[in-house]
Design a protein around this ligand. Structure first.
Ligand SMILES: Cc1cc2nc3c(=O)[nH]c(=O)nc-3n(C[C@H](O)[C@H](O)[C@H](O)COP(=O)(O)O)c2cc1C
Length: 206
């Protein structure tokens, strides 16, 4: 499977980091077209200490703990409208924007995008491909909510960065993985399912 992942400047770099790692380990993803917004690097530094200011494939592979020389991640510049994800003629499974800022969400909802992330999202919508947005903001104002409704009506999946607690997370990683697994589920990408609700937790099947 080939898909596009974008990281924007909303809080939650850790979600992008773990989602990318799990995808790379899954065995079902051959190529991840990665696009980062400018502010994504700022947030990554604030939240994780990672220096992604001038990202290269080597830096991203190291950040994700992938072997040097791994070809799974292909990195595209934000201003490169000639990049692969910019064209509907390049068939891909779809796109995930994690975390998704209100700015990026609004740009895609308006149809007046100005960078490759916006364009790639727009391409998914026009081609009827899966577009999963993982927004992070609190509280939402009416404009955020209207933009999300607009995108949902246009075919996008709004998957908020709001992890559940029913698997009794012990660590931040447990909590983060719960959300990442839900993202992977959107593309049927295999994972450990260790946070999956089975129905037997409090009410065993008879
Ligand atoms: C540390 C930090 C945290 C931020 N958190 C959020 C957030 O959770 N949600 C959001 O919509 N914007 C957040 N922002 C603001 C966005 O980064 C800003 O609106 C930016 O223009 C988004 O651009 P982008 O979508 O191209 O990344 C944050 C900015 C910084 C520096």
């Amino acid at each position: 499977m080939e898909l596009t992942v974008a990281i924007t400047g909303a809080s939650g770099t850790i979600y992008a980091h773990r989602t990318l790692q799990l995808m790379a380990q899954s065995g079902s993803v051959d190529t991840i077209n990665l696009i980062m917004s400018e502010t994504a690097a700022t947030v990554a530094k604030v939240e994780t200490g990672a220096n992604l200011d001038v990202p290269t494939v080597e830096i991203i592979n190291e950040w994700l703990g992938l072997p040097a020389g791994s070809k799974i991640v292909r990195l595209w510049r934000l201003d490169n409208f000639a990049a692969k994800p910019s064209s509907g003629s390049n068939k891909q499974a779809g796109m995930i924007i994690v975390p998704c800022s209100m700015g990026t969400l609004g740009a895609i909802a308006s149809g007046a995008g100005t960078n490759l992330i916006h364009r790639a999202g727009d391409v998914c919508l026009k081609e009827g491909r899966k577009l999963v947005l993982v927004p992070r903001e609190t509280p939402y104002n009416a404009i955020h909510l209207e933009n999300m409704l607009k995108l949902s009506r246009a075919g996008a999946t709004i998957l908020p960065a709001s992890p559940g607690f029913y698997h009794r997370p012990k660590t931040i990683e447990d909590l983060v993985e719960h959300l990442c697994f839900r993202i992977l589920d959107q593309f049927d990408i295999p994972h450990s399912k260790k946070t999956q609700w089975t129905g037997d937790e409090i009410n065993p099947a008879v």
